[in-house]
Design a protein around this ligand. Structure first.
Ligand code: ATP
Length: 362
């Protein structure tokens, strides 16, 4: 299998370099092919995802990303090679480019308790990645039928069309069914028996009802998984106060975005959290953290989020046993606490922490 490895910016190259030896240690049948992505590509070539990287991606079976830096548009323009300025180039985040061009519709955030003994929780959050409130219908020019609709709201009537902006939550049969199926398949594959659909059905009544109807159509194909819709705010509270009972949690784009970060925050911090962006044809996995320029180059970045992302990619590509072995090894290293990086209270370097995982693999 060909794997595109895209280390990216900041601590990305450090954590990827430290983590990659686990691939060989596990005996995964992967041919690693390296490519460039991120801020330096933007500065030099005017696109954070160069053509050569797209080719690499097209020719691979999956990807591993380190981290990429994104900055506001004004800074992006200021740091662009002077030769490229004034050509109307706009910085579009590589994550957005990959998601849109490859239709990576599912964002997967496993959240296992690596710090507690025994572990207090082990669940996964699935976020719909293409529609919902982030579908792109964020309208500044409110007129015609849209204005006729929103002017019924007293605040809109008082503000007038100039003083109103509207964001629409798009929910389709296609998008809803495939994310629900993805969540159910994940539950089935991992032997999880509970699936919570986090939404606001009592407030967002039409789309909430639609979600219920699609769930009623899909759920009978997975009789072993108990599925129900729960209020997203109550889910957020339970994720913090009582996460033990969750199996898979699935939500539309914005709600899933927020719930995923709640989960990362309460399950051991950024350094440990892995994620996946999954489509029909291609998928990539990456640690949840960003490029962390404040600690880049110091050799103290935690590589475990990247190692757990390798586990996610391995599982996704069918190497379930290897993924489980890797997660067990990470658990051992974190539990012993001797070779963890400063963010987990230890004194290990990035390389030492990764080597400890390989040693724990036996
Ligand atoms: P970006 O702009 O690329 O998102 P950021 O610094 O704003 O970068 P993160 O990279 O997500 O956001 O990190 C926030 C903070 O968490 C960092 O400043 C860093 O101190 C810490 N951090 C992030 N990743 C790690 C890691 N792997 N190991 C240790 N600390 C980390």
């Amino acid at each position: 299998m060909k794997i595109a490895v895209l280390p990216g910016d900041g601590i990305g190259p450090e954590v990827v370099e430290a983590a990659l030896p686990v691939v060989e240690a596990l005996g995964l049948p992967w041919e690693l092919r390296f490519g460039e992505i991120g801020w330096s590509c933007w500065r030099r070539g005017g696109d954070p995802v160069p053509e050569a990287t797209w080719r690499l991606v097209e020719e691979s079976d999956g990807g591993l990303l380190g981290a990429v830096t994104s900055k506001p548009e004004r800074e992006a323009q200021a740091e662009l090679d002077p030769e490229l300025r004034g050509r109307g180039l706009a910085y579009v985040s590589p994550v957005v480019q990959l998601r849109q061009r490859l239709d990576l519709y599912a964002n997967l955030r496993p959240a296992a308790d690596f710090l507690g003994s025994p572990p207090r929780f082990d669940y996964a959050i699935v976020r719909e990645n293409t529609e919902g409130l982030y579908a792109g219908f964020d309208v500044a020019d409110v007129h015609g039928e849209l204005w006729e609709l929103v002017r019924r709201h007293p605040n809109a009537a008082r503000s007038g069309p100039e003083g109103v902006r509207v964001a629409l939550r798009l929910q389709t049969d296609v998008g809803t069914d495939r994310i629900l199926r993805f969540a159910f398949e994940l539950a089935r594959r991992e032997g999880r028996t509970s699936l919570v659909v986090a939404d606001k059905p009592n407030i967002l009544r039409a789309s909430g009802q639609h979600l219920r109807e699609r769930l009623a159509l899909v759920a009978p194909d997975y009789p072993e998984v108990a599925a129900e819709v729960q209020n997203a705010d109550a889910v957020a509270m339970r994720l913090v106060a009582d996460p033990g009972g969750f199996g898979v949690v699935v939500a539309e784009n914005l709600l899933g975005d927020v719930l995923s970060d709640v989960a990362a925050g309460v399950s051991g911090g950024l350094g440990l959290a892995p994620s996946g962006n999954v489509g029909e044809r291609w998928s990539y996995f990456e640690p949840v953290h960003g490029s962390a320029p404040d600690i880049a180059g110091q050799g103290v970045a935690n590589p475990l989020g990247t190692i757990l992302s390798i586990a996610g990619l391995a599982e996704h590509l069918g190497s379930r046993d290897e993924a489980d072995a890797l997660r067990r090894a990470v658990r051992t290293v974190v539990a012993r606490g001797e070779h963890v990086t400063p963010d987990l209270g230890g004194g290990a370097t990035t390389g030492q922490a990764a080597r400890a995982v390989i040693a724990a693999l036996g």
